[in-house]
Design a protein around this ligand. Structure first.
Ligand SMILES: [Zn+2]
Ligand SMILES: [Zn+2]
Length: 273
């Protein structure tokens, strides 16, 4: 809409007075020329002047990136915790059995394989991201070399580690900790998960739970109402999840009716006999 200004009324760019304005900034309304016109990832067709596009409340995906870039996420602390546990377990095993040149004593040392990877991961070294995925397999291969009879068990034990490590490898928030270039589309997914009306998701969760536990129905209704009020597709950034908010509200209202009907049927059965 803002681009369709009739030629006769066309203004001049606020920054470049010698250039005709092609439109107005969505936020501040000042005239912008073609050079100044900036689109912001995640905000669809809206166009901004360069000053407004740089604001953290407008360029919310960039603000999100700066907020989390280089900051340790939950996974970094989980990896650090597991690393510490492995060190303690190895120390306990060694103090119990001592370090002898037997295969059993060497077996204990398999637990130490992930320690350098875990430390590097916590410190934000990028190679450790990939090494973390390989570590469970390396441990299984080494354990297998020491005791071939347990091959199936070792690889079975490695599977949960492998799956978790692959999940961490794909995690956008964790990639921000490692300062990897994350495209706006993936930042949008992260923003959607954490900041796009989380109350609506709670409402739908409580709504479904209320079908089985009717005492949760009021919580679902309250969350649903609050979440519905927060929905604002015109805001910057746009707040959505109207469907989930409505779902929570409706389920919260339906659940007591269902349970009431069941109770009435049961009571009427009792009274007749
Ligand atoms: Zn502006
Ligand atoms: Zn301009």
């Amino acid at each position: 809409m803002s681009l369709e200004v009739p030629l006769s009324q066309q203004g001049r760019c606020a920054v470049h007075p010698d250039l005709p304005a092609g439109g107005t900034c969505f936020r501040c309304g000042s005239f912008i020329c073609a050079d100044c016109t900036t689109s912001v990832p995640g905000l669809g067709v809206r166009l901004y002047c360069q000053a407004c596009a740089a604001r953290p409340d407008v360029n919310y995906l960039e603000a999100l990136r700066q907020r989390y870039q280089g900051k340790r996420d939950g996974w970094a602390w989980v990896v650090a915790g597991v690393t510490l546990l492995l060190c303690v377990a190895t120390a306990a095993a060694l103090s119990q059995w001592g370090l002898r040149a037997t295969k059993e004593a060497l077996f204990t040392l398999v637990l130490l394989i992930p320690v350098p990877v875990g430390v590097a991961f916590f410190l934000g070294r990028r190679w450790a991201r990939h090494a973390l995925v390989a570590t469970p397999l390396v441990m299984a291969v080494v354990a297998d070399a020491l005791a071939p009879s347990g091959r199936f068990l070792f690889f079975l034990c490695a599977m949960p580690g492998l799956i978790t490590a692959a999940r961490i490898h794909r995690d956008v928030r964790n990639q921000l900790f490692f300062r990897l270039p994350v495209p706006p589309a993936m930042l949008k997914v992260l923003w959607n998960e954490r900041f796009n009306n989380p109350m609506a998701r709670q409402a739908s969760r409580f709504g479904f739970s209320a079908l089985f536990m009717p005492m949760l129905a009021p919580v679902a209704v309250i969350c649903g109402v609050v979440a519905l009020k927060r929905v604002d597709p015109k805001a910057t950034p746009p707040i959505g999840r109207r469907d989930q908010a409505l779902m929570g509200l409706v389920l919260g209202l339906v659940s007591p009716l269902l349970w009431g009907a069941v109770l009435l049927l049961w009571l009427s059965d009792r009274i007749h006999f």
